[in-house]
Design a protein around this ligand. Structure first.
Ligand code: UT7
Length: 325
């Protein structure tokens, strides 16, 4: 009999400190009205000084493990999607493993920026459905505020910190139906942090500070809308499903206008779209599992419903997971 993988628990965590649109008005030349109208964001959460990506990941992971009725010792794979790791090495997954006392299992990070959780979930599904793992912890966690230039209004209003996690277990029932991953490195410079460990941070060829996120917002926006529209078709076609078969769209939370466009493409009413971007802005790899956990815990998403998870981000990377919850 084939082994499938299925989500058995979800969790999420947002740091305590809140930065509102009003707060941003006193930091850069922006307004609450502009941010709400152009992005849908009302506030974002910011990690405290000294609070790291692993700290956020740990909170979300513990909740997911508890919801799945598991103990950390039963976890046999940890995949963490992050762009903002605590250390250059070891991976945040290894740090998390030690924190959870889940020692001994495979643990590694995946880096696909905002599409990171979709990549991580797809990788974990491959492990579980081939029998290489039985109980995987999949986390998306970011302290993206650390790579934001807080004097640049074109980016600083958009991002925030957070973490989300799921436990993915071997199952006779097919949970994950399919996953679809893509990347096109030709768009490297439209959304990137130019500096890095190998290139260094003292870069003569860079306008602005190479430590922080640079984005050509409008071009990214158009690409995101078109690409996510295409991936809806790709995902449904691969499963022989119709748009009306999808119960919930759980999209990457970057901009309400991008989410609206994907919902229109899917012909799904906004009541069936999980929107949390207003509450925490773009948390990169954390945003899809944050939205998923929110709608599971408030009772909107029910067992056996069909969910379409999708994301688009730096790379460019984009992808989707279709699953029966
Ligand atoms: O996670 C995946 C990657 N990220 C994304 O998906 C983000 C994609 N991009 C976006 O969400 C949108 O492009 C933004 C929200 C970043 C910008 O919205 P936009 O409608 O594309 O605005 P724009 O960049 O075309 O700028 C419109 C105007 C400009 O002024 P002028 O030239 O028309 O006078 C900007 O200077 O808005 C101005 N502007 C701002 N005004 C107030 C840009 N940022 C701000 C701001 N406050 N924070």
């Amino acid at each position: 009999m084939n082994t499938f993988s299925r989500i058995t628990g979800t969790g999420s965590y947002l740091p305590e400190k809140i930065l509102s649109n009003k707060d941003l008005e006193s930091m850069v030349d922006t307004s609450d009205q502009w941010i709400r109208e152009r992005t849908g964001i009302v506030k974002r959460h910011i990690a405290a000084d000294g609070q790291t990506t692993c700290d956020l990941a740990q909170q979300a992971a513990q909740l997911a493990i508890e919801a799945a009725g598991k103990t950390p010792r039963e976890i046999d794979l940890i995949v963490v999607a992050t762009t903002t790791p605590d250390k250059v090495f070891p991976s945040t997954a290894c740090l998390l493993q030690q924190r959870l006392n889940a020692n001994g299992c495979a643990a590694f990070d995946v880096q696909a920026v905002c599409t990171g959780f979709i990549y991580a979930l797809s990788v974990a599904d491959k492990f579980v459905s081939t029998g290489a793992a039985h109980c995987a912890l999949v986390v998306g966690a970011e302290t993206f505020s650390r790579v934001v230039d807080w004097t640049d209004r074109s980016t600083c209003v958009l991002f925030g910190d957070g973490a989300g996690a799921v436990v993915l277990e071997a199952s006779e029932v097919q949970g994950i139906l399919s996953s679809h991953l893509h990347a096109d490195g030709a768009y490297e410079n439209l959304l990137h942090v130019p500096g890095g460990i190998s290139r260094g941070f003292d870069l003569a060829d860079t306008e602005g500070d190479p430590r922080y996120t640079h984005m050509k917002g409008n071009e990214v926006f158009k690409m995101a809308v078109n690409t996510l529209g295409r991936i809806v078709d790709e995902t449904l076609n691969a499963n022989g499903m119709k748009k009306s078969d999808v119960d919930w769209l759980v999209p990457h939370q970057a901009n309400i206008r991008i989410i609206n466009a994907t919902a229109r493409k899917l012909n799904i009413s906004m009541e069936k779209v999980v929107v949390t971007v207003d509450q925490h802005g773009n948390t990169s790899a954390a945003s899809v599992p944050l939205a998923l956990d929110t709608a599971v815990r408030d009772g909107r998403i029910q067992r056996d419903e069909v969910l379409l998870l999708e994301a688009f981000g730096g790379g460019f990377t984009w992808g989707s997971v279709l699953l029966r919850y």
